[in-house]
Write a protein that binds this ligand. Structure first.
Ligand SMILES: C[S@@+](CC[C@H](N)C(=O)[O-])C[C@H]1O[C@@H](n2cnc3c(N)ncnc32)[C@H](O)[C@@H]1O
Length: 382
């Protein structure tokens, strides 16, 4: 009953009927069995609103069978685990090709999911492939235990490993399908080594500039992995135990002893950082290490865009004076001229048909190189 409603919402989101094999898996795995007492839903103001099963049982159940992300854990007020949006889970399963017809399926017949979370996606994989075929890896020991309890309660017992997914899990390798449910800015070498030739790796993507896109790679016998980006999903970043931060930033940037250069730009800071995902994705792909934040305190300017670098102490600021929308004041310092790099990359995107995320692809070489390309590997992106 509940699942029918969810299937209808997912079909609407996908713009087509849910393929029967996936619909059957969704019917078989009751999502509410994987949710904690309290889940967080977006409140429409940039935050989250808790829904508690005891105090609002109907609303909680409705949330479980709505096509929406439900946050299940917060660390330092930021979401650190969630039950992903069902339509996105299904799109990723389709991209991985786990649902290709029986006779044409990849050998070996094994899948590894990275980021167990609630266990819901692992249960779907069990329903599709059989639980003997599924390994799932979760870093957080509390979530791993909870995920295992959820899976057991729903009648599934995949191999659940509590470990850092950056290392994959060699114990059950090689896999025909590797699916990550957190975003990465590089594909860890272990994932490629543990994927059989012809196998698929599907992972949400992030760069320092923009967390968006899903990468679907096919692994070749020579050990490279290659494939296109797809224009959906923004997932929380992979946790990196020991690094202290997912993406290091240059907190000391503003005090670095570099000479500051002032200039003016006609490029609006909102054009590069105001939510145009196609533009921001391109900037993230071609200006490595650059990230931004908005300062609306009015301390320096009515609105300031601050650009920093994960790899050096370079920084740039772009100020809107509250009046002029055609000219903004730029200050930059450090070995990289970050604003110039951003402006050049944006001009290149703007002058080349404002290409969409799905036009880009990536090759991951055994030596760790990640060259991006446009449409095909024959057209490398400068
Ligand atoms: C979006 S949630 C996963 C949703 C999950 N697949 C489900 O069906 O509920 C992302 C998960 O990845 C886990 N994670 C993040 N970094 C990780 C890492 N380095 N190794 C293993 N798990 C990680 C998080 O703890 C979190 O539970």
């Amino acid at each position: 009953m509940h699942t029918q409603g969810l299937l209808a919402q997912v079909a609407e989101q996908l713009g087509r009927p849910v393929p029967e094999e996936l619909a059957a898996a969704l019917r078989q795995v009751p999502r509410h069995l994987f949710l904690p007492e309290t889940v967080g839903v977006r409140d429409g103001q940039g935050g989250y609103r808790p829904i508690n099963r005891s105090t609002a049982p109907e609303e909680w159940m409705a949330a479980a069978y709505a096509d929406q992300t439900l946050v299940t854990q917060f660390i330092d007020d930021l979401p650190s685990s969630s039950a992903s949006m069902p339509s996105i889970v299904l799109r990723m399963l389709q991209l991985s090709q786990v649902t290709t017809p029986e006779g044409t399926r990849q050998q070996p017949f094994r899948a590894m999911e990275l980021g167990t979370g609630t266990g819901f996606n692992a249960a779907l994989l069990c329903a599709l492939l059989g639980q003997g075929a599924v390994t799932t890896v979760e870093l957080d020991p509390v979530l791993a235990e909870q995920g295992e309890q959820n899976l057991t309660a729903a009648g599934y017992a995949p191999t659940l490993v509590q470990a850092d997914a950056a290392q994959g899990h060699s114990g059950s390798a090689p896999y025909a399908w590797v699916l990550a449910t957190f975003s990465v800015d590089r594909v860890p070498p272990a994932w490629i080594v543990q994927t059989a030739p012809g196998g698929r790796i599907v992972t949400p993507w992030t760069s320092a500039w923009c967390c968006y896109g899903t990468l679907a790679l096919t692994v070749s016998p020579s050990g490279t992995a290659q494939g296109h980006f797809h224009d959906f999903a923004s997932f929380m970043p992979m946790r990196r135990p020991g690094s202290g931060q997912e993406i290091e930033n240059s907190a000391s940037a503003q005090t670095a002893p570099f000479e500051e250069a002032k200039s003016a730009t006609a490029l609006s800071p909102w054009a590069v950082a105001g939510g145009d995902l196609d533009a921001e994705f391109r900037l993230g792909l071609t200006v490595p290490g650059a990230f931004f934040s908005w300062d609306t305190t009015g301390e320096h300017a009515p609105v300031r865009l601050r650009v920093e670098d994960t790899t050096s102490t370079s920084w740039a600021t772009v100020d809107y004076d509250g009046t002029h929308t055609c000219e903004f004041t730029v200050t930059q310092a450090g070995p990289r001229h970050l604003w110039n790099e951003i402006a050049d990359a944006y001009a290149s995107w703007e002058n080349n048909d404002r290409l969409a995320v799905g036009r880009y692809g990536l090759t991951v070489h055994a030596d760790g190189a990640h060259p991006p390309w446009l449409d095909s590997p024959d057209h490398p992106l400068a």
